[in-house]
Design a protein around this ligand. Structure first.
Ligand code: IMP
Length: 195
């Protein structure tokens, strides 16, 4: 089954490919030119559906199945921020590093060394005649320093519950087992098997 990913985020593409080995996964940017998608939904689910619908329409091929991931971090001491704005927390065009350091600074401003937080992943699947969405979550403690260089995005400051290392230090297999994305993809795979 050919599955087109509505993302070109290298970290996400790598993780989704590793988690969906039974499927032929193609990032949409290998089929058409990348284009800007305005993610103006109110939550992760809406934004995932917006991305999947936009790429399905642009591909102009009724036979494809498009899968989109919208994800982010919600930090309790920051009242759930950055949430759906995780990718642009440090402004439009911000890099993963810019966002990570802005989040560390924002938590430090609260005069704490850590906070509880969670990752959310919403996965949307769009075909010619159907649209689905599922979610996965991972609860963590965020610290005010960046440790390790594995994973991507905010991973170097995230310590999963029950661990004493960040996702930047833990191996890929551990993240694969625990992650918000793998939980959502395990549900998405059930839907994909029925299509
Ligand atoms: P999106 O591409 O619009 O869904 O933005 C996702 C944002 O959340 C990006 O800033 C990512 O770096 C961050 N993010 C999502 N999932 C993860 C993850 O598994 N690890 C680290 N950062 C993540």
């Amino acid at each position: 089954m050919k599955l087109v990913l509505a993302t070109s985020n290298k970290g996400k593409v790598r993780e989704i490919k590793a988690l969906c080995e039974d499927f032929e996964i193609i990032p949409y940017s290998e089929l058409i030119d990348e284009f800007e998608i305005v993610e103006d939904g109110d939550d992760f689910k809406e934004n995932a559906l917006i991305k999947a619908r936009a790429v399905f329409k642009a591909l102009n091929d009724e036979n494809v199945i498009v899968l989109a991931d919208d994800s982010g971090i919600s930090v309790d001491i920051l009242d759930g921020k950055p949430g759906i704005y995780s990718a642009r927390y440090a402004g439009a065009g911000a890099t993963d590093k810019d966002n990570l350091h802005k989040l560390i600074d924002a938590i430090k401003e609260k005069n704490v060394k850590s906070s509880s937080a969670h990752y959310t992943a919403a996965i949307a699947i769009v075909t010619k005649e159907s649209q689905y969405s599922v979610h996965g979550w991972m609860h963590v403690e965020v610290i005010t320093k960046a440790l390790g260089d594995k994973g991507f995005g905010y991973d170097p400051m995230f310590i999963p519950l029950g661990y004493d290392k960040t996702l930047g230090q833990l191996d890929d297999e551990t993240k694969k087992r625990l992650s918000h994305r793998s939980k959502a993809l395990n549900l998405a795979k059930i839907i994909l098997q029925t299509l």
